[in-house]
Design a protein around this ligand. Structure first.
Ligand SMILES: *[C@@H]1O[C@H](CO)[C@@H](O)[C@H](O)[C@H]1NC(C)=O
Ligand SMILES: *[C@@H]1O[C@H](CO)[C@@H](O)[C@H](O)[C@H]1NC(C)=O
Ligand SMILES: *[C@@H]1O[C@H](CO)[C@@H](O)[C@H](O)[C@H]1NC(C)=O
Ligand SMILES: *[C@@H]1O[C@H](CO)[C@@H](O)[C@H](O)[C@H]1NC(C)=O
Ligand SMILES: *[C@@H]1O[C@H](CO)[C@@H](O)[C@H](O)[C@H]1NC(C)=O
Length: 518
C-alpha cells in the first residue's frame, strides 16, 4: 500500500499546487490530501525527495544537505548518495531506525562525524562513506555500530587514523580504505582492545604507505594476512618487504595473485632490477640451497634449523623471520622465554627444546627467486617422541599424494560400477520371468556400492583398494508377500538407476559409520 500512496502523493506534489518544498508543510498537506482521496493516512509516508519501495528508501542524487525529517522508520536500506551532506552531527537522524541494515552516504561532502552520530542506527551491517571528504578519523567515530560488518571508506582524504577510531566495531569483517592518503599502516585495527576481532579483509591499496610492518603482519593469523591489500602504494622494497611478499606469493594469497604487477620488488616480472640484492640469495643455477625437512631432537637438547631455500651466505647477514608456533622471531628478545634465537646467518637455534616446541616453523626470508615447485619455506620440528604429522599445516607438500589417493579411489569406483553392471546384466534375471508370470515380484536384487572417501583413506583406515561392494540378494519373502515396495526396485531398469544413485550418495556418507557395512 505505502508505495502507491507515496507515488500518488509525489505526483500530486509535482503537478498540482506548486508549494515551496518546506518538508513539514508538505507532509501535513499530503496527509490532508490523502484523507480527501480516501486513502488511510499512512504512519510514515515517503518524503517527496525520495523513492520508497517497501523497505528500501532512496533519496539519492537529490542534492540533500540535511536529512528529510519524515523518513519512514521501517527502512532497512537508506540511500543518501550523491547528495550535499557536509557533516553528520549527533542528531542528524531524527528518529531511531531499528531495522536499518544498510546506510549509503557515498559521494557526499562529509568532513565531520560527531560522536554518537550512529547512535540511532545500532543494527547497521553495511555503512558506505566512500567518496567523501573525511580527513582524520577521530577516536570512537563509529561508536555504537557493534554489528557493522562492512565499512566503505575508500576515496576520502584520510591522512590519519586516531587510536581507537575503530573501537566498538567488534563485528567488522571488511574494511575498504583504498584511495586515501595514509602514510602509516593502521596496525591498531588488529591490536586495539575494543577493535574488530573478525577482520578478514583490509584494503589499503592506493595510499601513501612507504613501509609495511613486516614482523607484525607475519604474526597475524593466516586468515587475516590473506586479506591485506597493499598494491598501488609507494612501498620501499627492502629485503624484509621482499621476504614478506615472496611468502605471500608462495601462500597464494588473493592480493598477490590478483594484483601482483602492482606490487614493488619486481614481482610482476618486468622490473627485475627493482629487486634488492639480499644476503643468502642463490646465485645462478647452483642448487646449494638448504632443503626443508623434519628435525628431531630430544627434550632439553639444542637444535639448529637452517632456513630452507636460503644459500649459506658468503657475505652479509640475510634478513630472515622465523614464524614459530607462538611468536615471530627476528631479533633476540622476540621469544619471551629466550630459548629461541635467529642466528646471524638466518639459522634458527632452539636452546633446550621443550615438548611444546614441536610444530611447523616457517622461514620468511628474501630468496630473490620464485619458489621451485614443491619447495617450501617450512621446517618441521619434532621434540621427543611426540609425533608431528609430516604435512600438517602445509598446503603444498601433500598435494601430489592426495591427488594420487583420490585418483585411485575414483578408478576403483569406476571399476566397481562396471562390475555391478556386469553382475546385473550377465546373471539370469528372475525379474522378467516374475513379471511375465503376472503378479509375482521377485525383483529385489539390490546392490550397494561403496567407495571410500580419500580423506578417510589418508587418515589411516585404509581398506583394501579403498572400495567395497556389497551385494544383497533378493529376499525370499519378497516374491510371496507382494506388499508395497519402493518404486526404484520394481523393474530391472529402475534397479540400476537406484544403484547408481545409491552408489554416488554413499561416497563419504555411509562410511562414516563403518559398522553399517556388515
Ligand atoms: C546543491 O545545493 C547547494 C546548496 O545546498 C547549491 O548551492 C547547489 O547549487 C546545488 N547543486 C545542484 C546541482 O543543484
Ligand atoms: C576530528 O576532530 C577534529 C578536531 O576536533 C575535527 O576537525 C574533525 O572534523 C574530526 N573528524 C571527523 C571525521 O569528525
Ligand atoms: C566472529 O566470527 C564468529 C564466526 O563467524 C562469530 O561466531 C563471532 O560472533 C564473531 N565475533 C564477533 C565479535 O562478531
Ligand atoms: C649458521 O651459523 C652457525 C653458527 O655460527 C653454524 O653452525 C651453521 O652451520 C650456519 N648455518 C648455515 C646454513 O650457514
Ligand atoms: C616416549 O614414549 C614413551 C612410551 O611410548 C613414554 O613413556 C615417554 O614418556 C615418552 N617420552 C617423551 C619425552 O614424551
Amino acid at each position: 500500500m505505502r508505495p502507491v500512496v507515496s507515488q500518488v502523493l509525489s505526483e500530486a506534489d509535482d503537478g498540482g499546487s506548486r508549494r515551496p518544498p518546506a518538508a513539514a508543510g508538505a507532509t501535513a498537506a499530503a496527509l490532508l490530501l490523502s484523507l480527501c482521496l480516501g486513502f488511510p493516512p499512512s504512519v510514515a509516508a515517503c518524503p517527496p525527495d525520495c523513492l520508497c519501495a517497501s523497505d528500501i528508501v532512496s533519496c539519492s542524487g537529490r542534492n540533500l544537505s540535511t536529512l528529510p525529517l519524515d523518513l519512514p522508520g521501517y527502512a532497512t536500506r537508506l540511500d543518501l548518495s550523491h547528495g550535499a551532506l557536509a557533516a553528520l552531527p549527533a542528531g542528524w537522524i531524527a528518529r531511531p531506525f531499528d531495522r536499518l541494515a544498510t546506510l549509503v552516504l557515498s559521494r557526499n561532502a562529509v568532513a565531520r562525524i560527531e560522536p554518537d552520530a550512529f547512535a540511532l542506527t545500532p543494527h547497521l551491517l553495511h555503512l558506505d562513506l566512500s567518496s567523501n571528504r573525511l580527513a582524520v578519523l577521530n577516536a570512537s567515530v563509529f561508536r555504537g555500530l557493534e554489528e557493522l560488518e562492512v565499512l566503505l571508506l575508500f576515496g576520502n582524504r584520510i591522512v590519519r587514523i586516531e587510536p581507537g577510531a575503530f573501537g566498538g566495531l567488534r563485528g567488522l569483517r571488511r574494511l575498504y580504505l583504498s584511495g586515501n592518503r595514509l602514510e602509516a599502516f593502521p596496525l591498531e585495527l588488529y591490536q586495539g582492545p575494543a577493535g574488530p576481532r573478525n577482520l578478514t579483509f583490509l584494503d589499503l591499496s592506493s595510499n601513501r604507505l612507504r613501509r609495511a610492518p613486516v614482523q607484525s603482519l607475519l604474526s597475524l593469523p593466516a586468515w587475516q594476512q590473506a586479506g591485506i591489500y597493499l598494491q598501488g602504494n609507494p612501498l620501499v622494497c627492502d629485503c624484509a618487504l621482499l621476504a614478506l611478499l615472496e611468502f605471500w606469493v608462495w601462500k597464494r594469497y588473493r592480493p598477490l595473485v590478483d594484483f601482483r604487477g602492482d606490487y614493488p620488488c619486481g614481482l610482476g616480472g618486468d622490473g627485475a632490477g627493482a629487486r634488492p640484492s639480499c644476503a643468502g640469495q642463490r646465485q645462478g643455477a647452483a642448487d646449494n640451497f638448504l632443503e626443508a625437512g623434519t628435525h628431531r631432537v630430544e627434550p632439553g637438547d639444542w637444535l639448529r634449523v637452517p632456513c630452507p631455500g636460503l644459500a649459506p651466505p658468503t657475505q652479509g647477514e640475510p634478513v630472515a623471520f622465523w614464524v614459530a608456533p607462538r611468536a615471530v622471531l627476528r631479533s633476540p628478545g622476540d621469544d619471551p622465554s629466550g630459548r629461541l634465537l635467529v642466528l646471524p646467518n638466518g639459522t634458527l637455534e632452539i636452546r633446550g627444546a621443550l615438548l611444546e616446541d614441536s610444530g611447523t616453523y616457517v622461514c620468511v626470508a628474501a630468496r630473490g627467486r620464485p619458489f621451485d615447485p614443491g619447495e617450501s619455506p617450512e621446517a618441521t620440528v619434532s621434540v621427543g617422541n611426540s609425533s608431528v604429522a609430516p604435512d600438517a599445516g602445509s598446503a603444498h607438500g601433500g598435494g601430489a599424494e592426495h591427488f594420487n589417493t583420490a585418483f585411485t579411489t575414483l578408478a576403483s569406483c569406476v571399476i566397481s560400477i562396471v562390475l555391478v553392471l556386469l553382475y546385473l546384466y550377465l546373471t539370469p534375471c528372475r525379474c522378467r520371468e516374475g513379471r511375465a508370470g503376472g503378479g509375482a515380484r521377485g525383483c529385489g536384487g539390490r546392490a550397494v556400492l561403496l567407495c571410500s572417501d580419500p580423506r578417510e583413506v589418508d587418515s589411516g583406515e585404509r581398506r583394501s583398494n579403498g572400495k567395497r561392494v556389497a551385494f544383497l540378494e533378493p529376499q525370499a519373502g519378497d516374491s510371496d508377500t507382494g506388499g508395497p515396495k519402493t518404486p526404484a526396485m520394481n523393474s530391472a531398469h529402475g534397479n540400476t538407476e537406484g544403484i547408481l544413485k545409491n552408489g554416488s550418495r554413499t561416497v563419504g556418507q555411509t562410511l562414516t559409520d563403518p559398522a553399517h557395512v556388515a
